[in-house]
Write a protein that binds this ligand. Structure first.
Ligand code: CP
Length: 316
């Protein structure tokens, strides 16, 4: 039962609960009209202390498409945070007004602090370089729809694996499935953090290989998960400039990949995927962004206890 729960990281959902959310998301995709009143009278608060296009707007679109409403801020500068209000007090106040909160923050662990102050569901919409569980739901739904399942996949993660919270969250979720193998393609400076290596890969006996060149891996992959080198996580401009174009996926590299490989990217992209790749049917990152709205609709319904295919609210 997901009703009333907060979601801070993928580990907050069991494999069965992931499947429940995907099942509902697929039903919504097939018949969105059946859900246009699913959240009538409900209010979502989006507290975004860090910029976002997809996550904030897909959360808001999700709620609005289900008849609910949205309040919030897209930059902390317009809120009383500027007066020194704490995260705990902000969330405690918002919980007086809203039924559910989606929160993004540049500091790792900030949404967890919010959950101590709130008695309504709080969803981590990305915290620093840590976790991004609803991106993981988006990524997994895309994989499910495109590949039919998760077992025995070889997944290449390419780019910023150090600060990439979407990478950390997706790796963790994929450990639930059998036979997954990872190819970790990054510059030396942006390899996965030690805690992910120990707590996610080693602990779950995941087979993985670390590489520096995308060309060495691309032909062996079922999924290529490209990521941006994130300027906002660097302490100095010089390092960012040196590393930002470490990998550029273009049609020449795509010609080395299998016909059934798919390319995912959480977006935004900068230079790491050449626009020419967008025309390749294996490039599914804009479909992925769309699926993100449906999976967030399903998650909101589950956390609010709105769980009927017809959109009628379950009376608990
Ligand atoms: N994928 C993702 O988190 O995108 P935004 O930063 O635009 O929300």
């Amino acid at each position: 039962m997901l009703r009333g729960r907060s979601i801070l990281e993928p580990g907050d959902l069991s494999k069965e609960e992931f499947e429940e959310v995907f099942e509902l998301a697929e039903k919504i995709m097939k018949d969105p009209a059946a859900y246009t009143h699913a959240c009538d009278g409900k209010l979502l608060a989006t507290l975004f202390y860090e910029p976002s296009t997809r996550t904030r707007l897909s959360f808001e679109a999700a709620m609005l498409r289900m008849g609910g409403q949205v309040i919030g801020f897209s930059e902390a500068g317009t809120s009383s945070v500027t007066k020194g209000e704490s995260i705990a007090d902000t969330v405690r106040t918002i919980a007086c007004y809203a039924d559910i909160v989606a929160m993004r923050h540049h500091k790792e662990g900030a949404p967890r602090i919010g959950t101590f102050a709130a008695d309504i569901p709080l969803i981590n919409a990305g915290d620093g370089g840590h976790q991004h569980p609803t991106q993981t739901l988006t990524d997994l739904l895309t994989i499910l729809l495109m590949k039919g399942g998760f077992d025995n996949l070889t997944v290449g993660f390419c780019g910023d694996l150090k600060f990439g919270r979407t990478v950390h969250s997706l790796m963790k979720a994929l450990t639930m499935y059998s036979g997954v193998r990872f190819m970790l393609i990054s510059p030396e400076e942006l390899v996965i953090p030690d805690y992910i290596r120990k707590e996610v890969l080693d602990k779950n006996n995941i087979e993985y290989k670390e590489l520096r060149r995308l060309e060495e891996a691309i032909g062996k992959l079922d999924i290529l998960y490209m990521t941006r080198v994130q300027k906002e996580r660097f302490f100095n401009e010089e390092d960012y400039v040196r590393l930002k174009d470490s990998y550029i996926l273009d049609q020449e590299k795509m010609s080395m990949a299998r016909d059934d490989m798919i390319v995912l990217h959480p977006l935004p992209r900068v230079n790491e995927i050449a626009p020419e790749v967008d025309r390749d049917p294996r490039a599914v990152y804009f479909k992925q962004a769309r699926y993100g709205m449906y999976v967030r609709m399903a998650l909101i319904m589950k956390l609010l206890g709105v769980d009927d295919v017809s959109g009628e609210r379950v009376v608990n």
